[in-house]
Design a protein around this ligand. Structure first.
Ligand code: SAM
Ligand code: SF4
Length: 326
């Protein structure tokens, strides 16, 4: 579907849980109240929403969380969405801890690619950031996904007081393998408000000082707003998702569904359309499908022209990132 600013909206991010097996300090530190399971969408309900979304032109889905792989049988949902005629791609974003274990079922379900979040290769920094000592499991997950032959991207958030220099080691993933490494600027959502972002431009200049022949990489790499560069001869690229300075809203192609059924037109505003009452209405399936389609259309129509991360007082989203899914 085309929105009121002429953008084609063909991508939906679906958060399937607010639970997580890490405690990243900028996303879900200790002692966060969990959403009761009865308020979390079932896979059947997510399937109904996805079918209505596909009927409006959504073609690509990203499963997220919390940590999507802590929810039982996430592969069953991947398969369910994949089977909807019109779906072109189902991918996943994960912290990688359970990836190696879950990969066989995910591949059998048709998973088309995986984004793995990893902020450092230093075990002590990893523990400071995530609260857990599980770096090796993440590395095993990355290796398993690469060996399986699906597209792999690494997503990194740098924080000035912990891992500001972690880019130096992390970009090496892109050297010998076609793995893209992307730097996401810390966004002022939830606990992220407390941390100063390390800006993409700054990282890019530091990389350029090590690799002066760094060049733009104009190829399309996926669904998102990343801008890419590459070191000549390297197999993968280095991307920057610069939410704060690099306003990419002109090309925004997405809507987001939270684990409780709230459809978000834009990450930075609290406004949402609640699909739960429609889903749990005993009306017959055809009537529900029509109501869902209307509601999704409404959300796409309500997409604002741009986010407001550069003006903190205008950010109205009060939910935490772990509820939204990034
Ligand atoms: N658990 C999965 C993972 O870590 O990939 C999926 C959910 S997580 C919320 C998705 C992405 O959001 C991760 O790459 C994480 O680093 C990022 N993230 C969380 N809070 C953020 C913030 N305030 N600003 C920018 N990115 C954030
Ligand atoms: Fe969990 Fe991902 Fe949030 Fe870290 S970023 S706490 S892994 S949901």
């Amino acid at each position: 579907m085309i929105d009121q600013y002429g953008r084609t909206i063909d991508y939906m991010r679906i958060s399937i849980t607010d639970r997580c097996n890490l405690r990243c300090r900028y996303c879900m530190p200790e002692d966060i109240e969990k959403i009761p399971m009865k308020d979390i969408l079932t896979y059947e309900e997510i399937g109904e929403i996805s079918r209505a979304a596909v009927s409006l032109g959504i073609r690509k889905f990203k499963i997220t969380g919390g940590e999507p792989l802590v929810r039982k049988d996430a592969a069953a949902l991947v398969e369910k969405i994949h089977k909807i005629p019109g779906t072109e791609q189902v991918t996943l974003t994960t912290n990688g801890i359970l990836l190696k274990k879950c990969l066989p079922e995910l591949l059998a379900a048709g998973l088309d690619g995986v984004n793995i979040s990893l902020d450092t290769l230093d075990a002590a920094q990893f523990e400071t950031i995530t609260g857990k000592n599980d770096l090796d499991q993440v590395l095993e997950g990355i290796e398993a996904a690469f060996q399986a032959g699906i597209p792999v991207k690494i997503n990194t958030v740098l924080q000035r007081d912990v891992n500001a220099d972690a880019w130096r080691q992390l970009i090496q993933f892109a050297k010998d393998r076609p793995i893209d490494v992307r730097f996401i600027e810390m966004m002022p959502i939830g606990f992220g408000r407390k941390f100063e972002p390390v800006y993409g431009e700054e990282i890019r200049e530091k990389i350029r000082s090590l690799y002066p022949d760094l060049e733009e990489d104009p190829r399309v790499h996926g669904n998102g707003p990343a801008v890419y560069v590459r070191v000549p001869g390297w197999k993968g690229s280095i991307g920057f998702i610069s939410a704060i300075h690099g306003k990419f809203c002109r090309d925004c192609n997405r809507i987001r569904l939270t684990s409780t059924g709230k459809l978000k037109p834009c990450l930075c505003y609290g406004e949402n359309i609640d699909l739960l009452p429609l889903l749990r209405n005993p009306a017959d399936k055809t009537a529900r499908a029509a109501a869902l389609k209307n509601a999704i259309e409404d959300a796409i129509r309500k997409k604002p022209e741009a986010h407001c991360f550069d003006l903190l007082s205008k950010v109205t989203e009060q939910k935490k990132m772990v509820e939204i899914g990034g």
